[in-house]
Write a protein that binds this ligand. Structure first.
Ligand code: SF4
Ligand code: SF4
Length: 419
C-alpha cells in the first residue's frame, strides 16, 4: 500500500472487517477510559515519524487514537484501514513525551496490537513468530546462533546482523563475568546484568564489553544463569508469551541482593523495568555509570568524530534525559549529538522487519547528515542493538555514501579482550 496515497482513502474502502463478527469491539472498557484521555491538541503530530513521512492525520498518534476510540464506542465498524494505520505505528513512544495530557499511548497501542493479533486482524510473519518462539529458549537460541557469532567474529556475515563485531563464539557472558570477577575482585556496588536474547546470541561482544567496563570501574557484576528474554520482542509483535518470560525474570532477578539490575539495551531495559517494578531498580548501564563515575580513556587520534544517537526507548520509554555527558567524555573521542538525536531511526523493535520500506525512509532522512559529517573515521554511537542494526543498514542499503562505523557507547569505553 502506498502511504502517500493513503490519506482520505479510508472511507472509500469496504468497511467490512476481514473477519466480520469475530470481534465486535476492539478495545476493552479499560482501554475506552484511556482512549478518552486524548484532548486532540495535536502536540504529538510533529514528533511522529509516520505522520512526518506521510502528512496523514490517520497515520499520527491523534489519528490512531481517534480511530480506536470510535471503534471502541461503536461509531466505526471494524475497518481494514484502522488495521493498516495501527500496523503503521513504529511504537517509538515519542508521542508520549510530547503529550501534555499524559495519554498512555504505549499501553493503549500494546493492548490494541494484542487484540488485533488475537482476532486475526493482524498477523506477524512466520519469521517473526519463529523468532519470538526461539527467544523463549535462550540455550537453544545461543546454540542456533553459534554460526552467526562465528561469521560475525570473522567479518564474513552479510545481511541485517552484519554489524561489525567480535563476539565470543563459545564463552557466555555469565562465564566471562565470573572469570573477571575472580581476576579483578571489584569491591564497589553490586549489580546484576540482563544479557537478553538477541544480545547474548548474536551481539555478545557488547555484553562482554559491558562486563569489562563495569568491573574496570570497580562494580561487582553478577549475570544470573536463569534469566531469559525480556519479552519486548513478543510485545512488539503483539504475540503471547511475554508474561511467562517476565515471570521467569522476576524469579531470576527479583530476590537478588543487588544495588541495581542493569541493561545495556534500552528496549530490553524498558521491558524489564516494567516486569521488575516494585522488586528491583532497573537502570540503563550508561545512566548507572554516569552516576557511579567512570575512568576516562585516552585516545591518540583526534580525527575521529562520534555522533551520538539516543534510542527512543531510552528517552521516551525509560524517560532518561539522554546518555550522560561524563560517560561520553570518558570515551576520549570528540563527540556530539547527532542531528535530531531524539527522533526515531525507524528500527522500532521489529518494525524494520515488518515495515522495511517505512523504516528505510525514516532512516534515510535521519542518516543523510552522515554523508557530509566531519571526522575520519566517523562513528555513529547509540545504546540499543536493534538501533545499531538499523543504522548499519544505512550502509548496506547505500543510504549513506561514505563509510562509517556503528558502535554501542559501551564499546567506546571497553578496556579490551585482554582486560
Ligand atoms: S509511537 Fe511513534 S510512530 Fe506510533 S504514534 Fe507515537 S510517535 Fe507515531
Ligand atoms: S499530544 Fe496527547 S492529548 Fe494531544 S493529540 Fe496527541 S495524544 Fe492527544
Amino acid at each position: 500500500m502506498d502511504l502517500n496515497t493513503a490519506e482520505g482513502s479510508r472511507t472509500a474502502v469496504n468497511t467490512t472487517s476481514s473477519k466480520p463478527g469475530q470481534h465486535e469491539k476492539s478495545a476493552s472498557p479499560a482501554d475506552s477510559d484511556l482512549l478518552t484521555s486524548c484532548v486532540h491538541c495535536g502536540f504529538c503530530l510533529e514528533v511522529c515519524p509516520t505522520y512526518k513521512l506521510t502528512g496523514d492525520e490517520n497515520n499520527s498518534p491523534r489519528g490512531r487514537l481517534r480511530l480506536w476510540r470510535e471503534e471502541a464506542e461503536g461509531r466505526l465498524e471494524q475497518d481494514p484501514w484502522t488495521d493498516f494505520y495501527t500496523s503503521e505505528c513504529v511504537g517509538c513512544l515519542a508521542c508520549e513525551s510530547a503529550c501534555p495530557a499524559n495519554v498512555p499511548y504505549g499501553k493503549i497501542f500494546e493492548n490494541i496490537r494484542h487484540q488485533h493479533v488475537a482476532s486475526g486482524r493482524y498477523s506477524p510473519s512466520l519469521m517473526l513468530r519463529m523468532a519470538a518462539k526461539a527467544a523463549t529458549y535462550p540455550l537453544l537460541m545461543n546454540l542456533a546462533m553459534l554460526p552467526v557469532r562465528m561469521l560475525r567474529r570473522r567479518g564474513w556475515l552479510r545481511g541485517t546482523m552484519s554489524v561489525p563485531g567480535r563476539p565470543a563464539s563459545i564463552q557466555s557472558t555469565a562465564s566471562l563475568a565470573r572469570q573477571l570477577m575472580q581476576r579483578h575482585r571489584p569491591s564497589g556496588p553490586r549489580v546484576a546484568l540482563l544479557t537478553g536474547c538477541l544480545m547474548e546470541s548474536v551481539f555478545r561482544e557488547i555484553n562482554a564489553a559491558t562486563v569489562r567496563v563495569l568491573i574496570e570501574n570497580n562494580v561487582q557484576v553478577i549475570v544470573p544463569d536463569d534469566q531469559t528474554c525480556c519479552g519486548a520482542f513478543q510485545e512488539h509483535c503483539g504475540l503471547e508469551g511475554a508474561e511467562q518470560l517476565q515471570e521467569a525474570n522476576r524469579k531470576a532477578f527479583g530476590k537478588l541482593q543487588v544495588d541495581a539490575v542493569l541493561s545495556n539495551s534500552s528496549g530490553c531495559g524498558y521491558a524489564l523495568g516494567r516486569a521488575l517494578s516494585g522488586s528491583q531498580t532497573v537502570r540503563d548501564v550508561l545512566t548507572f555509570l554516569g552516576e557511579h563515575g567512570i575512568i576516562p580513556r585516552k585516545r591518540d587520534s583526534n580525527k575521529a568524530q562520534v555522533y551520538v544517537d539516543l534510542p527512543c526507548h531510552l528517552v521516551h520509554g525509560q524517560k532518561a534525559a539522554g546518555i550522560p555527558t561524563n560517560v561520553l567524555d570518558a570515551t576520549g573521542y570528540r563527540w556530539q549529538l547527532a542531528p535530531a538525536a531524539r527522533d526515531c531511526c525507524g528500527s522500532g523493535g521489529t518494525y524494520q522487519m515488518e515495515k522495511p520500506e517505512n523504516a528505510r525512509e525514516i532512516l534515510a532522512r535521519k542518516s543523510a547528515f552522515l554523508n557530509d559529517a566531519e571526522g575520519d573515521p566517523v562513528i555513529l554511537a547509540t545504546s540499543n542493538h536493534v538501533c545499531m542494526m538499523q543504522w548499519h543498514s544505512a550502509l548496506t542499503h547505500s543510504l549513506v555514501r561514505r563509510p562509517f562505523q556503528v558502535k554501542h557507547v559501551i564499546q567506546l569505553l571497553d578496556p579490551g579482550e585482554d582486560f
